[in-house]
Ligand binder design. Structure first.
Ligand code: S3P
Length: 425
């Protein structure tokens, strides 16, 4: 895709469903009793991978686009798959599903694409083994393909070294099959969609500071879920409206869960003009419409407990920083190196190509904003968030920005370019 300078973004856009919540809706629907209906389900490739994994385990799932219907079979109703489960590019599918698979009464294998086969799985294998699980990396390199033989699991009180919702959720889901209450404590609070949705389906879940606890063997019942718009997808339009002069955009139906809204807090710190309208609760998740007007931004510091609340938005925040006055420092974000690509390397290399002053560090980056950016050929590294971040940068840069291998955007936002075009004046 080729992007040129925009003359302004105007109008309104309804943001597609949240990726994290869409995955969880399928998973909990499958292990509940009765029918779960999901509206505004994200039709991104990652969430479709989750659907196909559960279909392979005998769960009837109808995907009619605007509505997904799951006939849940209960906690112990999954069937042994007849072939390898394929999580595609999805870390959430791989890690959360592993937690469920460890508590079943069958064996299976779980793998994914080249990127998934390089991402660290030891972080889930360690707590799962403490619970008595039989989970192994087939190549013995701490990555997928994984081989899992279901076992009766033991409860644990796991202290995770990383603030990761995928690790936390994996252990909590395994905890549904344990012999007592299972707790996970993390260094900082990560997104809490699993805890909220488990409670919504009828599980007993409690949260105290950064510890979440689940009681085993709940009676989960099918539910109606309306998925809020994904703030991680909204982030590109928030940024575009801020950096393209003369813009005013209304983003409707955006999830603003406090464990996900770090981007809004950072934008405000940088001087952004963002107003929350129509705040409400949808399927236990806070939602609002966001009104964004172009703003003069200034540099900021992003670190500590803020990091998990905006972990997927750091690439687009780095773009904002390049257009801001002064220095932005991002630290405590070493996790970026083990996302769909090494996102520190990707941002430093590709933003430098456009003329930005950016320096990578071991756990983040330092960006001296204000240098004029010029379009370049951007290697997306098949990472959807890198591709969309640079497409956004191209709207405010001189010349033409070309996004190479942009098809990866379908992982989380198949209609991204159509939605972007709809806002261009
Ligand atoms: C996710 C958690 C985050 C995030 C990912 C989705 C989830 O990963 O980066 O895109 O749905 O739980 P980590 O838990 O690895 O930080």
């Amino acid at each position: 895709m080729e992007i040129t300078k925009s003359h302004g973004l105007r109008g309104e856009l309804t943001i597609p469903g949240d990726k994290s919540i869409s995955h969880r809706g399928i998973m909990l629907g499958a292990i509940s009793r009765g029918t779960t209906e999901i509206t505004n389900f994200l039709q991104g490739a990652d969430c479709l991978s989750t659907i196909s994994c559960f279909q392979k385990m005998g769960i009837p799932i109808e995907n009619e686009g605007s509505l997904v219907r799951i006939q849940g079979k209960g906690l112990h109703g999954l069937k042994e798959p007849q072939s390898v489960l394929d999580a595609g590019n999805s870390g959430t599918t791989t890690r959360l599903l592993s937690g469920i698979l460890c508590g079943q009464d069958f064996s299976c294998q779980l793998t994914g694409d080249d990127s998934i086969q390089k991402r660290p799985m030891e972080r889930i294998m360690k707590p799962l083994r403490q619970m008595g699980a039989d989970i192994r990396s087939l190549k013995d390199n701490g990555c997928a393909p994984l081989s899992i033989t279901g076992k009766k699991l033991h409860a644990v009180d796991y202290h995770s070294p990383v603030a990761s919702a995928q690790v936390k959720s994996c252990v909590l889901l395994a905890g549904l099959y344990a012999d007592g209450p299972t707790s996970v404590t993390e260094p900082f609070l990560s997104r809490d969609h699993t805890e909220r949705m488990l409670a919504y389906f009828g599980a007993k879940v409690s949260s105290l500071e950064t510890t979440a606890t689940v009681q085993p063997e709940p009676l989960l019942e099918g539910r109606q879920i309306e998925v809020p718009g994904d703030i991680s997808s909204a982030a590109y339009f928030i940024a575009a409206a801020l950096i393209v002069p003369g813009s005013e955009v209304l983003l409707k139906n955006v999830g603003v869960n406090p464990t996900r809204d770090g981007i809004l807090r950072v934008c405000r710190q940088m001087g952004a003009d963002i107003t929350l309208l129509n705040e409400r609760l949808v399927s236990q998740e806070p939602v609002a419409d966001l009104l964004i007007r172009s703003s003069d931004l200034k540099g900021t510091v992003i670190e500590g407990s803020l990091i998990p609340t905006l972990i997927d938005e750091i690439p687009i925040i780095a773009i904002l920083a390049a257009f801001a006055d002064g220095v932005t420092t991002i630290r405590d974000a070493g996790e970026l190196k083990v996302k769909e690509s090494n996102r520190i390397d990707a941002m430093v290399t590709e933003l430098s190509k456009m003329g930005a002053d950016i320096q990578g560090t071991d756990d983040g980056m330092i960006i001296k904003g204000g240098a004029p950016l010029t379009g370049a050929a951007i290697d997306s590294r098949l990472d959807h968030r890198i591709a969309m971040s640079f497409a956004t940068a191209g709207l405010a840069a001189a010349g033409t920005t070309t996004i190479l291998q942009d098809s990866c955007i379908a992982i989380s936002y198949p209609d991204f370019f159509r939605d972007l075009a709809s806002l261009q004046i």
